[in-house]
Design a protein around this ligand. Structure first.
Ligand code: SF4
Length: 286
């Protein structure tokens, strides 16, 4: 596999910290909530937290899979915390959020893959903050997709997200516990099950994929009704993670944005720093 070493200038981004960042940090810390922002060393944390947004990571920070692009710890997770939904609701209230993105680790150890806990978090937040819009970014619910979606049907989010992450040929190296068709199937089922809910996915570039493969992924996603897409640069989040094969130039991301629009995605975020939850609240992204 190719290996890109030196970070190009367009990817150098200092962690900017201000009063709002400190407030975000304080609220999350005082409620004992995890975020995907910190657990994956997201390069956008300074910007997002300073805007007063964060993506909450429910069901713990230990994952039952061990994807090599991700820095979330793998192992045996603790049982779901029944008090977590209320803490997420308090966070939403204290941060004054209008749009909340919730994600989780993979929970292959749970019979429902964690779907009921997602539902409980949404319900609890709605009780306290009825106007909040939700975006959920779920695992693939392998082997229990229909059951998981049936549980979530009672707490429909505004956007249902599941990331394919990379092209299928790189799954063995990057996402060995995943299955590309299984991910596509979840998005197809979500599009069909939740009328009026947008489905969303995300792909990282720079892991060694070809342009043709990226084109195929975009077409596959449109084929299962996926309406929203983010396309961003893979950045090695920890020492043990996969190496970056290539730093994709910003103008290449511009071309993918155009291509995704041509293919019919209604919401496209394509830039080196695009992540699935980056500016997720924007009504229109391009
Ligand atoms: S892009 Fe998402 S994961 Fe990254 S800091 Fe922003 S909200 Fe957190």
């Amino acid at each position: 596999m190719r290996r890109a070493r030196k970070l190009p200038p367009w990817l150098r981004r200092p962690l900017s910290v201000d009063k709002t960042f400190a407030h975000t940090e304080q609220v999350l810390g005082s409620l004992g909530l995890e975020t995907i922002c910190t657990n994956t060393n997201c390069p956008n944390r300074g910007e997002c937290w300073s805007r007063g947004t964060a993506t909450v990571l429910i069901l713990g920070n230990i994952c039952t899979r061990n994807c090599k692009f991700c820095s979330v710890a793998a192992g045996k997770p603790a049982p779901p915390d029944p008090a977590e939904p209320l803490r997420v609701a308090r966070m939403t209230e204290q941060m004054g959020l209008k749009y909340l993105v919730i994600t989780s680790v993979d929970r292959d150890d749970l019979a429902d893959g964690g779907a009921a806990h997602f539902r409980d978090c949404i319900r609890q937040v709605r009780r306290r903050c009825p106007d909040v819009e939700f975006e959920i970014l779920t695992p693939d619910f392998r082997g229990r997709q229909a059951a998981a979606l049936a549980i979530l049907k009672d707490a429909m989010p505004f956007v249902f997200g599941h990331n394919v992450e990379t092209v299928p040929s790189l799954y063995p190296a990057a996402r060995a516990g995943g299955d590309y068709q299984c991910s596509l199937n979840l998005l197809r089922m979500a599009s069909e099950t939740f009328a009026g809910v947008r489905t969303k996915s995300s792909i990282m570039l720079g892991l060694g994929e070809t342009k043709q493969e990226v084109e195929h992924v975009l077409r596959d996603l449109r084929g299962v009704g996926c309406a929203r897409i983010t396309i961003g640069q893979y950045l090695k989040p920890s020492r043990e993670s996969l190496e970056v094969a290539e730093y994709i130039r910003p103008d290449e991301f511009d071309r993918w944005r155009e291509r995704a629009r041509e293919l019919g995605f209604s919401w496209v975020m394509s830039s080196p720093f695009a992540r699935s939850s980056y500016f997720a609240e924007k009504a229109d992204a391009s």
